[in-house]
Design a protein around this ligand. Structure first.
Ligand SMILES: C[S@@+](CC[C@H](N)C(=O)[O-])C[C@H]1O[C@@H](n2cnc3c(N)ncnc32)[C@H](O)[C@@H]1O
Length: 245
């Protein structure tokens, strides 16, 4: 049995989470990359590299990056794995617009395609992809299990998923320091720089209720994934989850 996840939304209790999350990312999209680098001191780049590295032995040729945002993980996947094609999908048209501009600048528009869509209702065929990835995306799904079931469906038999997500450090004094930073400092910087007073408060709250480590593995197994594993990074600030279909 897996515990029910408490729903945390960015703005209010009336509208559904999916609508609010879409609105939030559309709003903060112009500041998203800059704030990622600033608030993580650039470590988010290393986390994505490490996540993609886990796919090297599998040499996936067709990769789907769920909740691709501005395409950082999709770009990293292309650069280090050299697959035939990477598809990135995201529910926020503004994040996709910024991602598309980035692909044009990097001349990657022929090998990486970005599409607007909902992770809970993917338009792709069963078994279409050799690997499915998601960085800092699954925590934002309206319905986590529905999104994971879709990731499982579009993955080919024997294919791999890689999910990178924030987790809660457990050890003293990292736990306390991280909490202080995440709860009190990061939302203030986020509020000033992103012009959205709620977005980085939501980040803290959504991480608090998200099932991490073994609890997330339990959910992956329940969906039908096997050969599951997880690797905490930076003392558990974030974790790479891997599994096979
Ligand atoms: C924190 S950003 C992560 C972006 C990118 N993967 C990265 O590593 O920077 C989360 C992304 O999830 C997307 N998202 C949230 N719910 C979604 C859904 N139901 N379907 C598709 N994308 C979704 C948001 O629009 C946003 O771009």
């Amino acid at each position: 049995m897996t515990d029910p996840i408490k729903e945390v939304t960015p703005y209010n209790d009336e509208e559904n989470k999916k609508g609010q999350v879409t609105k939030m990312f559309n709003k903060i999209a112009p500041y998203y990359d800059y704030l990622n680098r600033l608030l993580s001191l650039g470590i988010d780049v290393i986390w994505r590299k490490k996540a993609i590295k886990t796919l090297v032995p599998y040499q996936p040729q067709y990769i789907l990056d769920i909740a691709t945002g501005t395409a950082d993980l999709a770009i990293e996947a292309y650069k280090s794995l050299k697959p035939k094609h990477v598809t990135g999908m995201d529910i926020s048209s503004e994040m996709i617009r910024i991602g598309d501009n980035k692909l044009l600048k990097k001349k990657l528009q022929d090998v990486i395609t970005l599409e607007i869509g909902d992770s809970e209702n993917l338009k792709y065929e069963d078994g279409q992809f050799d690997a499915v990835t998601a960085a800092f995306g699954v925590r934002n799904f309206g319905n986590l299990e529905k999104g994971l079931i879709e990731m499982h469906r579009v993955l080919k038999q024997g294919g791999r998923i890689v999910i990178l997500e924030f987790s809660k450090p457990k050890v003293f004094p990292l736990k306390q320091l991280f909490n202080l930073y995440f709860k009190n400092i990061l939302p203030v910087i986020g509020k000033i720089k992103s012009k959205d007073p709620k977005a980085y408060q939501y980040l803290y709250e959504s991480v608090q209720v998200f099932p991490d480590y073994e609890n997330f593995i339990k959910i992956l197994k329940k969906i039908g994934f096997h050969s599951t594993d997880f690797k905490p990074l930076s003392f558990g600030i974030c974790t790479i989850y891997t599994a096979s279909k």
